[in-house]
Design a protein around this ligand. Structure first.
Ligand code: ARG
Length: 364
């Protein structure tokens, strides 16, 4: 097999750009010229190079710092790295994803982490996780074009069923989907999420007693698993990472978008709102209040958009002080509820630039 060059051969230019950044920001790691010579020789001999633990850690953290859609970047330095490059079989990868969820959930005191599996190399593609997030809810087509569950996951649910996954005997709107892992090219394996790896929060409202009867819930940990991580020219296709929720993600998007759970008409009806112009807005506020109230009552980390907007401006200030450009995508940074009440609304940002690396890349 040809190992030098080929489809996945790493560019020395990309490797050098990354190493220069690391040695510039962390001079204590050592002598840049020594490492550059080492990496150049390794790329010439094998077509790629192996990151040290320090490189992996810095690379993943800076990939978060470069995530121009993320409002939560103030804490980019606190990202915990789980180096699992040696785990290459599908069952081992699934097990590590479950351990990731257990380690970051901590009964509700959520922390941020990324688990990094093997990169693409001359020997073949690295593993890939087909799920958009490690925890997601199934969707089933019903009569008249109706959908039970999260319509966003219709195609994925179909895929899981084609592979042999069976929905629970009694289907509901919040059935956990299995993980689907491609370890060897073209071979997909599915794994049920163990109950102890998934914390969920049942939703209730502080002043609307009927709210709990709606039977709504959401999972505690958002863990994106479809974005390849690229560091210094090396691509890691499976690098699931998590943060914690901002209430609007669940209350003003996942449960409210018309293409998702579309719950605002039902909630407005229960609130006794007639057809006035702003019934959606009023229902959205109460749904988001319920999300915050329930997560807090369950002792699960959650943050609000006013707090995160302020923190994001603190982050921008710190980046500027460090002499860096912080790029941001206004349409993602501004929250979907009360945008103009948050300071991130009232300004523009250095625009996204798709060539900035290290980065979590768009879903493959
Ligand atoms: N918006 C996505 C969701 O609702 C999660 C994106 C990442 N969010 C985060 N707080 N780290 O599931």
């Amino acid at each position: 097999m040809q190992r030098v060059g080929g489809e996945h051969s790493v560019s020395m230019v990309a490797a050098e750009e990354f190493l220069r950044l690391l040695y510039h920001e962390q001079p204590s790691v050592g002598e840049l010229s020594v490492r550059l010579a080492e990496v150049r020789a390794e790329i010439e001999a094998t077509g790629t190079y192996r990151h040290t633990e320090a490189e992996l850690e810095f690379g993943a953290r800076v990939a978060w710092r470069n995530a121009d859609r993320c409002i939560g970047r103030l804490y980019w330095r606190s990202l915990k790295i789980r180096d699992r490059r040696q785990v290459t079989d599908a069952a081992g990868i699934a097990g590590q994803c479950f351990d990731h969820l257990r380690e970051v959930t901590r009964g509700g005191r959520i922390r941020s982490a990324v688990t990094i599996f093997a990169p693409d190399s001359g020997a073949g593609n690295g593993p890939r996780i087909w799920n958009e997030q490690l925890i997601r809810y199934a969707a089933y087509r019903g009569p008249g074009g109706s959908v039970l569950g999260d319509p966003r996951n219709l195609a994925f649910t179909d895929l899981a069923r084609r592979l042999g996954w069976c929905p629970p005997a009694e289907r509901g709107p919040f059935d956990l989907l299995p993980l689907i892992i491609e370890a060897a090219e073209g071979e997909l394996h599915w794994f049920t999420l163990p109950a102890d790896a998934v914390l969920e929060v049942p939703l209730s409202h502080p002043d609307l007693p009927w709210f709990a009867e709606l039977g709504l819930r959401w999972h505690a940990v958002p863990a994106i698993s479809c974005m390849p991580l690229e560091i210094g020219g090396v691509r890691y296709p499976a690098a699931p990472f998590n943060g914690w929720y901002m209430g609007t993600e669940v209350g003003a998007r996942n449960l409210a978008d018309t293409a998702r759970y579309d719950l605002l008409p039902q909630i407005a009806r229960r609130m006794g709102l007639r057809d006035g112009a702003l019934w959606r807005d009023r229902a959205m506020v109460e749904l988001t209040v319920a999300v915050h109230h329930s997560f807090e009552a369950a002792g699960v980390t959650i943050t609000d958009h006013h707090t995160e907007a302020r923190r994001f401006l603190t982050h921008l200030g710190r980046e500027e002080e460090a002499g860096r450009v912080c790029r941001a995508d206004w349409s993602w940074i501004v929250p979907p509820l009360s945008g103009s009440q948050t300071p991130v609304f009232h300004r523009y940002y250095d625009p996204p630039d798709t060539t900035v690396r290290p980065a979590f890349l768009p879903a493959q």
